[in-house]
Write a protein that binds this ligand. Structure first.
Ligand code: HEC
Ligand code: HEC
Length: 298
């Protein structure tokens, strides 16, 4: 009996050590860009990345007031977006560029903990380091607010679950820089805007069993946590095959579909971002969506 207990204890200890080892947050290595930041580009990255959709203080008009507090529903409970305004105490005013880069590119906090992927770093991991630098500098110019928010609202928000996100990342997260072999610079830009920044696939794709976006059916249509379906945005059936590139550009500018409907809900908040982008960027996003292989909605 005692022998069994010893063996079991040892096995558990080994399993735990293995868990601890493989889930270790990788903190170092988020590249930082030298040189003076370009604030105009930082603003573009901010809107292309849709940071305001989650981090802007709800129920007030200023999308650059990043007090947080927006609740994100998920099957396991609600995540609450934190304050990322330049407030020294309650926001990220005291952060270094390295810490900011680790958060966006590695999903790791300054205290060395994993973030939950409700923060879409699975997309942002592909950001260019100059864009991270410019975005960080731009956020530092925005109004600071000392707003505090309630914590995440789900029963499993425990240190061990956070640590366990390391396992999820092992399967779903590579942290590789974004590299696109496609030759056409407009399509390269479009893919970067849609995938690395706009995280459009987070809503517009089905998910696999681990809750990650199903790579082979990217953009084929998805479901919001409340069960509402999100349209296919490939040229496949039920998708944007009938839309012209200009239709899409117009949609990204003011949210009106070719049928003359004005988009609502979650997509309205996305349009509030894409409407702030340079025209050439809306064109690039539209060209990229039109170039996607036709995929069928699940
Ligand atoms: C879909 C919603 C969503 C979007 C879009 C989003 N975030 Fe977040 N963000 C979150 C959530 C939720 C957390 C908290 C994650 C956690 O606690 O593990 C977070 C955490 C953060 C943190 C860490 C804050 C802290 O106090 O530790 C930073 C920095 C951040 N986000 C920056 C950004 C930037 C910059 C953008 C735009 C490029 C962005 N986020 C877009 C939801 C979002
Ligand atoms: C937070 C979830 C969410 C994100 C992120 C999101 N969308 Fe959407 N999108 C929706 C929903 C929901 C609709 C349907 C809106 C409606 O019915 O009015 C929609 C509609 C659309 C449509 C219209 C499709 C049709 O057939 O009517 C297009 C095009 C589109 N989105 C493109 C994008 C692009 C490009 C991005 C990234 C920049 C994006 N979406 C990001 C949720 C999202």
């Amino acid at each position: 009996m005692r022998k069994v207990a010893v063996v079991l204890t040892l096995a558990l200890a080994v399993a735990f050590a293995a868990f601890w080892f493989v889930t270790a947050p990788e903190q170092a290595g988020a590249t930082v860009s030298e040189g003076a930041p370009d604030l105009d580009n930082g603003r573009t990255v901010f809107f292309a990345g849709g940071c305001a959709s989650c981090h802007a203080t709800p129920d007030q008009p200023d999308r650059t007031l990043l007090g947080g507090g927006h609740a994100l529903a998920s099957p396991v409970g609600n995540f609450v977006a934190p304050n990322i305004s330049p407030d020294l105490q309650h926001g990220i005013g005291a952060w270094t560029q390295e810490q900011f880069a680790s958060a966006l590119l590695k999903g790791v906090s300054p205290r060395g903990r994993h973030y939950y992927p409700a923060f879409p770093y699975t997309a942002y991991q592909h950001m260019k380091s100059e864009d991270v630098r410019d975005l960080f500098a731009f956020i530092q110019t925005l109004p600071a607010t000392g707003q505090t928010n309630p914590g995440h609202d789900f029963p499993l928000d425990l240190a061990i679950v956070r640590r366990g996100m390391g396992l999820w990342k092992l399967i779903n997260f590579r942290g590789e820089p974004y590299d696109d072999p496609a030759a056409d610079p407009q399509l390269v830009r479009g893919r970067y805007l849609v995938e690395a920044l706009g995280h459009c696939g987070e809503c517009h794709s089905p998910r696999d069993i681990t809750g990650a976006v199903a790579e082979d059916r990217l953009y084929a249509g998805g479901k919001l946590p409340d069960g509402d379906s999100v349209p296919n945005i490939t040229p496949g059936k039920g998708g944007i095959g009938e839309w012209t590139q200009e239709d899409l550009v117009f949609f990204f500018e003011d949210g009106t579909t070719p049928e003359g409907d004005v988009t609502g809900g979650e997509m309205a908040s996305v349009i509030a971002n894409t409407s702030q982008l340079p025209e050439a960027d809306r064109q690039a996003m539209a060209a990229y969506l039109k170039s996607l292989p036709a995929r069928e909605a699940p």
